[in-house]
Structure formats: C-alpha cells, structure tokens
Design a binder for this molecule. Structure first.
Ligand code: SF4
Ligand code: SF4
Length: 410
C-alpha cells in the first residue's frame, strides 16, 4: 500500500480544487474541502489530530467524486489518500451498519429479495437495502419503477442474438456486476444488443462483484479478494466492457490495489463502453441509425469524468444520434449526490446535490438525460419521478441502441 504521509506531501495548498468540490461549495467549510481533508489526514497520521473524532466526520462527508483530482494542477492522488484513510478508519473502528449496507448492496441475492419486497409494496416505504437509492427521497419512491423493472417489455428477458461469423468484428467480456445486474438489467440488455449489432460477441463467464463499493468505503481487504477472483474469471486478452462508471474506475486501478503483473494486464483490458465504441471507430455506423427525435443532455458520472477522464467519448456518441439535439448541462461534472451508498449515509447533502443537479437539467429543457452509472441513473430518475417525469433518464448505451431499434426505452 502507498505511504499516506508521502501522498499528502504533494499537496501545495494552492486551493485550486476548492470550487470543484461539491461539499465545499455547499458547506463553505475548509474541513470539508479536498485541501482541508488532506491536511486533517496528515495531521492525524502525524499524531496531532484524532482519527475518529477529528477526521472521520469530514471523510464521511466526502463523496469520493474525485472532482478535486481533475482540478488539481499538482497531480495529488486524492483517490489513494481517501481509500487508505478510510481503510484505516474502518480497521480502527469497524461500523457494522456500513458493512451490512455494503453486503446488501453488492449481493445480487439480497438485493433481489429486497426488490421483490419493494414490488409487493409499490409506493410504500422501501425495505432496508432497497432504500439505498432513496434515503432522502420522498415516501412515494418506488425503486422498481424508477429502474424500469416494472417494464412489460418481455423482449428484454431474452438474450440478444450473437453476431454471425460473417459480420463478426471480435469477442469481448461484459462485466455484469452486482447491483447493476439486479437494478438495471435493461442497460445490460441494451449493451449486449448494441455490441451484437455492431459485430461483437460477448463471451459468457461466471462472475461476481468487482469490489468498487468496498474500496470506496474503506473495505480494502474485501476489495482485493473480489478483484483477484474477477481477474481469474476473465482470463486471456479479450477487452472487458464495463457500463458502470464506478466499477470501471475501480477495475482500471486494480494494479494499485493488487500490485501484480496479472492486475496490470487486466487493467489495460478494461474499457468503458463509450470508450470502446469510439476506439473501434464505430461512430460512422451509429450515424447511420434511424435516430431519435429528442432533446438530450448528458450528466457526467464522477467515476467516468474524473475517475477515468472520459468526457468527450459519451458526448461524441450522443451527438452522433440522428434527429436528436444536444444541449450541454451546466455543471455537468458536478456530483449528483448518489455516490455509492452516500445518499444513505449523508442524506441531506446528497439531497441538496440532487436538487442542484435537477435544477440544471431543467434549464436545458432536455427530455432525455443520458448518463453512465447506475447510482446516478437511479438517483436522477427518482428526482424526475418526483417532478412529474418530464425527463427520462437513460444510460448512453440505451440511447444508442434505441437509435437503431426505435424501441421505446422504459
Ligand atoms: S472527492 Fe469530491 S467531495 Fe471529496 S474532496 Fe474531492 S471533490 Fe470534494
Ligand atoms: S489543488 Fe491540489 S495541490 Fe492545490 S490544494 Fe487542492 S489538492 Fe492541494
């Protein structure tokens, strides 16, 4: 593991990161800024401050959005600083409630059970784990509805056909993940459908959670075990396609998590779906699709924009959709407040960021907002539902697939 004090020495206290930080711009408290948190962590490591009492509240309020890493001219590795510091906090004083929350969110079986209960209680208060996405939402929150799980579109229950040998361009793995496969099977369906349409065969393998939520919440030992398992489950040299920004960001950092040659090689194969489509030069094919008559805007998922530095690719893809108009979203790369399990643990801050995000979406007058991460997707969709469903939230890949098929999305 990297040396925490050494990592903090790269911060020169310039403050260029402050206005990019959602918690600082909300609270205006230095202790809730990137610079302040780095200072607190270093002081605790040097024994000047107490980890649990002085530092923990401010690290709990950090979204882990990594906007500060984009803004920082000195290249401070805030992501590693935060991960190591949170791991230290959890090791010193584990929180059972947080462990249970992680287990419930990353276990497809537990999450499916929760969803089953939620379907039996539409419009009622969510059962324990399903409330993750709606901790600060209004009581009418309906997780299955928001995620489009009540859809009567039976075609999505059938795996899309694989491309024939004649139009085969290549073979890939697709990360199914944990929460993603339960909450957004429709996004996996659209990803498979689009890949197949463009000539890519998906190799089917048994696979589990990538460990993203664990690493972001100070459970690094669990994350390492999950990463080692996933690397074994996807051997060889095929590209690994990911349609969840948080997962992709973590998988691209497996090398620093594990420091093994296998992890280095694995990291280089991980591709966000938008990155992959651009790299494969498929934009001209997308331009030949039938198109969508819609006004579209785009919300940058933090772990795509800041974690993976992927901003141009989704925009280029969306702007290739015929008949659609595109409007840039103000503060598009400012966190929406979802941030994994943050909206359960910090509901007020999360809610205020969601309101800010939804206000900007309204300014664009778009009727579709595209994004690339399940947490943002569900969280913004909940706001749309509260505001009369004037805006539809879609994964970028759903939008592209709909541009070919003309199939309604939800
Ligand atoms: S990760 Fe996000 S919330 Fe945390 S310090 Fe950086 S910008 Fe602020
Ligand atoms: S921009 Fe970078 S160097 Fe400057 S205060 Fe923020 S983290 Fe430190």
């Amino acid at each position: 593991m990297k040396d925490l004090v050494e990592l903090t020495t790269h911060c020169v206290h310039c403050g260029f990161c402050l206005e990019s930080c959602p918690t600082f711009t909300t609270t205006r408290s230095e202790a809730d800024s990137p610079r302040g948190r780095i200072y607190l962590i270093r002081s605790a490591e040097e024994g000047v401050l107490r980890w649990q009492e002085d530092v923990r509240p401010h690290l709990d309020r950090c979204l882990g959005c990594l906007a500060c890493t984009t803004a920082c001219p000195s290249g401070v590795d805030y992501s590693s600083i935060l991960e190591i510091a949170r791991d230290k906090l959890e090791e010193q004083k584990p929180r059972i409630s947080k462990s249970m929350l992680l287990m419930g969110t990353t276990s497809p079986k537990i999450l499916s059970t929760q969803l089953g209960l939620a379907k039996l209680l539409p419009g009622k208060k969510m059962p324990l784990v399903a409330s993750i996405f709606f901790a600060s939402a209004k009581p009418e929150a309906d997780l299955p509805q928001v995620c489009g799980l009540n859809s009567s579109d039976k075609t999505r229950e059938i795996s899309p056909p694989q491309p024939t040998d004649a139009n085969l361009r290549g073979e890939v793995y697709l990360l199914e993940g944990c929460a993603m496969r339960v909450l957004f099977p429709r996004v996996h369906w659209a990803t498979r459908q689009l890949l197949s349409r463009l000539g890519f065969r998906v190799r089917e393998v048994e696979q589990g959670c990538c460990g993203a939520l664990h690493v972001h919440n100070g459970h690094v030992t669990d994350a390492k075990a999950l990463a080692e398992k996933l690397i074994k489950q996807m051997p060889g040299s095929l590209p690994i396609i990911v349609n969840s920004a948080g997962c992709g960001s973590t998988m691209k950092a497996y090398d620093s998590l594990l420091s093994t040659p296998e992890a280095n090689q694995f990291r280089d194969r991980v591709k966000d779906i938008s990155e992959f489509l651009l790299e494969q030069g498929l934009i001209d094919l997308l331009k030949q699709s039938q198109g969508i008559d819609a006004e579209i805007t785009y919300h940058d998922a933090c772990h795509l924009a800041h974690g993976q530095k992927i901003k141009i690719e989704p925009r280029q893809l969306i702007q290739s959709v015929p008949n659609a108009t595109y409007t840039e979203l103000p503060e598009s790369d400012m966190c929406c407040g979802s941030a994994g399990v943050y909206n359960v643990l910090q509901p007020q801050l999360a809610r205020s960021l969601l309101d800010r995000k939804y206000g900007h979406i309204g300014e664009t007058r778009a009727n579709i907002v595209a994004t690339g991460n399940p947490g943002c997707h569900a969280w913004i969709a909940q706001a749309a539902r509260e505001h009369g469903q004037k805006v539809q939230v879609m994964h970028t890949v759903e939008l592209l697939e709909a541009s070919f098929s003309g199939v309604p999305f939800q």
